[in-house]
Design a binder for this molecule. Sequence first.
Ligand SMILES: *Cc1c(COP(=O)(O)O)cnc(C)c1O
Length: 366
Amino acid sequence: MTRGARAVIDLAALRHNLSRVREAAPGTRVLAVVKANAYGHGLLRVAAALAVAVDGLAVARIDAALALRQAGITVPVLLLEGVSTPAQLAEARTHGLDIVVHHPAQLDWLEAAPPGDALAVWLKIDTGMHRLGFPPDASAQAYRRLCTCAAVLSPPRLMTHLACADVRDAPYTDRQLERFAEATRALAGERSMAQSAGLLGWPAAHGGWVRPGIMLYGASPFADSSAETLDLHPVMTLSSSLIAVNHVHKGEAIGYGATWVCPEDMPVGVVAIGYGDGYPRHALAGTPVLVNAQRVGLIGRVSMDMICVDLRTQPEACAGDPVVVWGEAANGQRLSVEEVARQAGTIAYELLCGVTSRVAFSTRNE
Ligand SMILES: *Cc1c(COP(=O)(O)O)cnc(C)c1O
């Protein structure tokens, strides 16, 4: 029996969250974002489960797209960063990948491409994120260049990315949507603007295609609404078990740096999970952990392979008892990865992506 950290990926939860996408953005096509190893959930298991139910998958880089093709996944796959060399462009054509075009060099490569299969191209317009994309006043010209490329399916598609959609009343988002509408008014082609937050919070951003990521994995994209209120179910449960319970005297300290001092004689549980598994080292004392499906608090510093928890509310707990650090315990009790992330000064995305390769993954509800 393995006593280390385990991640269980619940495909029924994934399918449920996709149904929430469909409810929130009816009539749109869905490009499920599976970049960064499907936000740490395992690219192939997630892609295989979603491919039958979505209109396409999106990844950041070509290696992930090629892995999907190698695994026999035939649905459209979009490279969100496009290609970074002419050789990658040729590879994208060979494997029937869709690409984002966000940079003039990518236009040059498309214009110079030899005759052959045409690909679906998304012209990315920078409406305020200022990361990737053509400035609005350069987008019509880029669009015209794409229209003349034999390697590009006509008409090109149009996209942008929202910087502040997770803040529900950000005028910034309205401004981005206005800029996008203005820049694309005269241009034919399907449109895509919304990631999870845009999809849930900004109906005006739905366009023809939505690009959900985090909500598919069951985490809320908003700081002010929980996954539960959005009816999203956690897909990943990260768990381990108690490997020791110690009775520590009042005044004694726990863990590296001796930062947490016992206020009384008390039972302290040691859990076999640490930052070597992707549990955040900066999680504060008091960060909730489910021991036997009941909330207790983290105490002391997180170490590489272990964390310590305050067992004063569970004096009967013993080595071998189950521990969930985020996700769902056996009795259905949930602990959201967002709550843990908040306690660690980060976001759910980072924690989910950061689960390490020594964690044993398995799948349920296939
Ligand atoms: C990552 C990403 C998404 C998905 O974002 P979520 O916040 O996870 O829904 C959508 N579009 C682009 C361009 C992205 O990079």
